[in-house]
Write a protein that binds this ligand. Structure first.
Ligand SMILES: Cc1cc2nc3c(=O)[nH]c(=O)nc-3n(C[C@H](O)[C@H](O)[C@H](O)COP(=O)(O)OP(=O)(O)OC[C@H]3O[C@@H](n4cnc5c(N)ncnc54)[C@H](O)[C@@H]3O)c2cc1C
Length: 393
């Protein structure tokens, strides 16, 4: 693997930078407002860059690993989402490429790439999280439909979703991994019920979803009946490869350096404190090593391999680093990291939080980053996979 960019790749980087600078110049950078999101969406769709990991036959740009790498770094450095389409784009699409019929590809992929449909992931159940294979949501074949009964939990974004990719049980008298079938369920089907779960921070991200005799056409089954476990595992490796958070950690470390060089400390600034600078450097070194592992995985995937068990390594290490990076922010924010909630006493107040603008935002990100140890498979589960399939203990 050659880690230097070729001339063509450097030209590509220049093209990407010019495109991004044209859209969001340094003086008015991208912010997560409705107007900026709409501009970004329109620009990506116009260039066919909305699905930067997709092959050209499905409407993607067919970029090389180096181009994907450059794109992700350049967009994330500017706080821009590198692709549209959430779970449909990043998680379901690779499964449709590999296992979907031509009809399914033609039916679902155009809406995913145009960001017209929202997908959610129906894997976890109250008694089946880490031990996913013990899932019990039942799908019984009756003619041209499966009748689905049961329920899912922690379904992110189900309240906005048009569709769910869902694991169901079609057989019980076999070993748990065998009788699982992968279905695509229209969330507007009669019998689908979405119940909100409000998290500690007051936000509505999660849901419980129940199925009461929901009819799902057999045409919405991916691959063979009973083989869903194989497809689901493939999907999880794509999910975990995308959870190394390298670009995000890189951007945040840059911001921490900048902020720490403006914070007075003794006769100088915090960035000049050897203890702080040393700890920051250590995090940067570990991130560099993770970046190399991520690049190696991307190159292997480009050579035709599925991202295998090393996706667990990426996820585990990436989680550890992104959580450490968010801790630096809270540390340097000091007292300003304390939640600013004057509206509790003075409803409607417009008094701004004291301290730097980033302090409150990064504190929220610090709390949110804890969930990375659970989402997409817990740290302990990743360690089990690494010990079995990477270290072969
Ligand atoms: C932010 C977020 C978003 C999510 N979004 C979705 C979604 O959209 N769709 C979806 O289907 N699910 C989603 N989930 C659910 C997630 O996949 C599960 O929470 C996760 O798989 C763990 O399952 P559990 O919560 O049932 O915990 P459990 O499996 O009950 O685990 C409890 C504890 O036991 C440990 N443990 C369990 N088994 C082992 C073992 N064999 N060895 C060692 N330790 C073990 C775990 O590490 C954990 O600490 C989301 C979760 C989060 C946090």
């Amino acid at each position: 693997m050659d880690l230097d960019f070729t001339d063509v790749e450097t030209d590509f980087q220049t093209e990407v930078r010019a495109f991004l600078d044209g859209l969001f110049p340094a003086k008015s950078p991208y912010r997560e407002t409705a107007a900026d999101k709409a501009r970004w969406r329109a620009a990506l769709l116009e260039r066919s860059w909305a699905a930067f990991r997709w092959p050209v036959r499905f409407g993607g740009p067919d970029w090389t690993p180096a181009q994907k790498f450059i794109w992700e770094r350049e967009t994330t450095a500017r706080n821009l989402p590198p692709q549209l389409g959430g779970m449909g784009m990043g998680m379901l699409a690779p499964i449709l490429f590999a296992y979907g019929t031509e009809d399914q590809q033609a039916r679902f992929l155009p809406d995913i790439i145009a960001d017209r449909t929202i997908w959610c992931q129906g894997y976890s159940e109250p008694e089946a999280g880490s031990d996913l294979a013990s899932l019990r949501t039942r799908a019984e074949r009756r003619g041209d439909v499966y009748v689905v009964d049961g329920g899912k939990i922690w379904t992110s974004g189900a309240h906005h979703a048009d569709w769910m990719f869902c694991l169901t049980r079609t057989q019980t008298e076999v070993k748990p991994q065998v009788g699982i079938t992968f279905l695509l369920i229209d969330m507007r089907s009669p019998g689908v019920n979405v119940i909100p779960i409000i998290s500690l921070d007051g936000q509505h991200r999660f849901n419980r979803v129940t199925f009461d005799a929901v009819e799902v056409p057999v045409a919405n089954r991916i691959g063979e009946e009973g083989q869903g476990w194989t497809y689901a595992k493939g999907l999880l490796t794509h999910e975990r490869t995308g959870q190394a958070f390298v670009s995000m950690s890189l951007r945040m470390l840059g911001q921490i350096r900048q902020a720490a060089s403006e914070i007075p400390y003794g006769d100088s600034t915090l960035m000049r404190d050897p203890g702080f600078a040393g700890r920051l450097a250590l995090a940067e070194i570990e991130l560099k090593a993770l970046e190399m592992t991520e690049m190696r995985t991307l190159w292997e995937v480009a050579a035709g391999d599925a991202p295998g068990a090393q996706s667990s390594l990426l996820k585990l290490k990436g989680t550890e680093i992104v959580q450490r990076v968010t801790e630096f922010f809270v540390e340097i924010a000091g007292d300003y990291a304390i939640p600013w909630l004057p509206e509790i006493i003075h409803p409607g107040t417009e008094v701004k939080a004291v301290g730097p603008d980033w302090a409150q935002v990064e504190t929220l990100r610090y709390f949110e980053a804890r969930s990375a140890s659970i989402a997409g498979g817990t740290d302990e589960v990743q360690r089990n996979i690494i010990s079995k399939h990477v270290l072969k203990l």
